[in-house]
Design a protein around this ligand. Structure first.
Ligand SMILES: O=C(O)C(=O)CO
Length: 332
């Protein structure tokens, strides 16, 4: 019997042995199309019998990096599963895939701790206003002109999006004495909320000293933090984002920082990565990181292994381990 064909879009860096062992159950190919146009042509040629795709986040110019409506139309009828590595899959049009009966998985859980560590670093860095003293020291001015900052103890942390990362941020923040509340589409069970208070979106904006953005980017959440949302926040609020840049209207954030509405921000993600709004770079009240939330050896390997496990389950059992929320209703 011929083995199912699995196509790798991107690269396996850490879990090479786990990828190679997939060859026991599948014929493996690595996409070598050099342009998105060539890839579309090859989907009707050498990739026309592919059952499952392993998909990595890649530079947008790479073939298959963005799985949009146009590419989805060209996917062969044999393709049933796309296994994405990473929690966020905003570069893939999950709704269009669903219409074609192609199921998508991601790797939630594997990213939670590393992302929450970076998130906590940014919460502390923004509360303690560490960007300025890091700069004064490097400029040879020791701590000249560095104002007093604020302790995390007793501050109200509003977590927008209480999935795995949001809950991991909660646990860390409570270790620093912060009081946690959250908003989600639905309240969590008492066990999952573990003492964090459920509040409405508006209440979270109005009553949090620090707002942590831990929600996925999709058409409903794009620019959820906009001019109107900033207007509802406390004066001097702190904003931290390790989710996706476009959940914030970046220009509205720049304006809110300029007016003092937002005292400090800690950002690992941006609307037009790798480009960062010049006003954010220029503002010494902003701590910036270049999307490094999950960039540790341990976490990258865990993510790759989990995406490979999804591929294995797809080709051996015709089901995914981590099907995305948009596709749960499609699972037989
Ligand atoms: O898992 C994700 O979506 C990431 O952004 C990795 O940093």
């Amino acid at each position: 019997m011929t083995k199912p064909h699995v196509l790798l879009l991107g690269e396996i860096i850490h879990a090479k042995a786990e990828w190679a062992s997939l060859s026991e159950v599948a014929t493996l190919s690595v996409c070598d199309s050099s342009t998105p146009e060539e890839f579309i042509r090859e989907l009707a040629g050498k990739y026309s019998d592919v059952t499952a795709v392993y998909h990595c986040p890649m530079n947008e110019t790479k073939a298959g990096a963005i799985i949009n409506k146009q590419l989805i139309e060209a996917l062969p009828p044999s393709l049933k599963f796309i296994c994405h590595i990473g929690a966020g899959y905003d570069m893939i049009d999950a709704n269009e895939l669903g219409k074609k009966g192609i199921l998508l998985s991601n790797t939630p859980g594997t990213v939670d701790d590393a992302t929450a560590d970076v998130n906590m670093f940014l919460i502390l860095g923004a509360l303690r206003e560490f960007n300025l003293p890091m700069t004064t020291l490097r400029n040879g001015n020791w701590n000249v002109g560095v104002p007093l900052s604020h302790d995390p103890e007793g501050q109200v942390l509003g977590i927008l999006g209480m999935g795995g990362i949001g809950r991991a941020v909660k646990r860390r923040a409570e270790g620093f004495g912060m009081i946690t509340q959250y908003h989600n589409r639905k309240p969590l069970s008492v066990e999952m909320a573990a003492g964090a208070k459920y509040v409405s979106f508006d209440e979270l904006l109005a009553t949090s000293d620090v707002i942590s953005l831990n929600l996925p980017l999709n058409p409903h959440t794009r620019h959820i933090i906009n001019k109107e949302a900033f207007a509802k926040m406390k004066d001097g609020v702190i904003i931290v984002n390790t989710a996706r840049g476009a959940v914030i209207d970046e220009q509205a954030l720049v304006d809110a920082l300029d007016s003092g509405k937002v005292r400090c921000a800690g950002l690992d993600v941006f609307e037009a990565e790798p480009n960062v709004h010049p006003a954010l770079i220029a503002n010494e009240n902003v701590i910036l990181l270049p999307h490094v939330g999950t960039r540790t050896y341990e976490t990258q390997k865990k993510m790759e292994i989990q995406a490979i496990n999804n591929v294995r389950s797809a080709v051996t059992e015709a089901k995914l381990l981590d099907v995305v929320a948009e596709h749960i209703h499609l699972v037989p």
